[in-house]
Design a protein around this ligand. Structure first.
Ligand SMILES: Nc1ncnc2c1ncn2[C@@H]1O[C@H](COP(=O)(O)OP(=O)(O)O)[C@@H](O)[C@H]1O
Ligand SMILES: [Mg+2]
Length: 343
């Protein structure tokens, strides 16, 4: 009993600490205690359209940070948590061709190629990607030459992988050539129904984000219409108490709003194939890149697959089965009347 209470206090402290850090790092120019009382960070006042309307089914930051980790079992999370393990799991389940190749890992002792063949293929590349095996938010992702990868030594707390550099579809490259612009597709396995696609966004890097497109690195994202693949305007994290919508990319001027995601039916198909290949996982944010050789999966986010990128475009829980799923997981209160999203 006492032990359970101590665990509860420890968990509450951890969640409160995380929310405080986010409140500080995502500060958009004003504190909103009224948002905190509802379990949201202050910046959601600007980021989530129509958030003042309490009947809209937005998942709060408090609900997310207390409950999201339990959406997949710990044993299932292991499959996607470390990027080199995920690469092996993909190969074991027949999907190696749907992902960039991992050539090597880098530890404190330097580079370790996976096999002589992997070493040969690594040395044949112009550039490769080096990134933390279990990073997040695009932190530590670098484009380097094979020689630079071979000379890299990792910090003992943070092993790295050396991965094939993905070259994106020309229509996506035209929007922001400096980053790989990926989709985040949220797939949810509903009890008694099977997997469905809950929401998707296309992310865009900016001149200042380097090779990554993550929102936490300063990127933008557009909602993707799940049926057609049509893009909405791009938004980023709110700054200076404002949510700005971009119909064109602010650096390149390339058109975004109204454009179709290339190969959208194949992207949907890959998300369903991944859910079929990983029956252990129930709730995953898949990062998918559209390339000349079809869509490739970059990573699976299974421990805390963030919902905020989807909520930046309005509540995404328009399917009553999905709403019921999150209500059942304790992440949402059942709305009193049917949901009509804004816009
Ligand atoms: N193999 C790759 N080739 C080119 N760009 C990549 C590759 N892997 C990752 N990136 C870029 O880095 C971003 C972050 O990589 P990801 O593996 O998703 O790590 P994180 O867990 O930090 O999000 C991606 O969204 C993409 O923009
Ligand atoms: Mg990612």
């Amino acid at each position: 009993m006492l032990r359970a209470a101590a665990r509860w206090v420890r968990d509450a402290e951890r969640v409160a600490g995380r929310l405080l850090r986010l409140e500080r790092s995502d500060y958009a120019g004003a504190l909103h205690p009224a948002m905190w009382r509802r379990g949201f960070l202050s910046n959601r006042r600007y980021a989530y359209p129509g958030i003042e309307d309490r009947s809209l089914p937005y998942i709060s930051d408090l609900a997310f940070h207390t409950r999201a980790r339990a959406l997949n079992t710990p044993a299932a999370q292991v499959l996607v948590q470390h990027k080199h393990v995920f690469a092996d799991a993909l190969a074991a389940r027949g999907l190696a061709a749907c992902a960039p190749e991992v050539y090597a890992t880098i530890g404190p002792g330097g580079l370790r190629v996976r096999s002589p063949g992997h070493g040969d293929r690594l040395r044949a590349q112009d550039l490769v990607v080096v990134k933390p095996t279990s990073g997040y938010g695009g932190g530590g992702v670098r484009l380097v030459t094979p020689a630079e990868a071979e000379a890299t030594v990792a910090d003992p707390r943070c092993d790295l992988i050396v991965q094939e550099r993905v070259l994106q579809h020309p229509e996506l490259r035209a929007v922001n050539p400096g980053s790989l612009n990926t989709l985040r597709v949220l797939a949810v396995r509903l009890p008694g129904h099977g997997p469905l696609l809950a929401a998707a966004v296309q992310r865009w890097g900016r001149v200042g984000t380097g090779p990554v497109d993550n929102l936490s690195a300063g990127g933008l994202c557009s909602a993707v219409d799940l049926d057609t693949g049509r893009l909405g305007p791009a938004v980023g994290r709110p700054r200076d108490r404002r949510r700005v919508e971009h119909d064109t990319h602010p650096d390149s001027g390339a058109r975004i709003a109204g454009v179709l995601v290339p190969q959208w039916p194949q992207v949907r198909d890959l998300a369903f194939r991944l859910m079929a290949a990983f029956p252990e996982l129930d709730h995953v944010g898949w990062d998918i890149a559209v390339t000349d050789r079809g869509p490739l999966v970059i990573e699976g986010n299974g421990s805390m697959p963030g919902v905020n990128v989807f909520q930046f475009h309005g509540p995404f829980l328009t399917d009553p089965r999905l709403l019921e799923y999150y209500v059942g997981k304790g992440m949402l209160r059942r709305p009193e009347s049917p949901v009509t999203p804004p816009g």
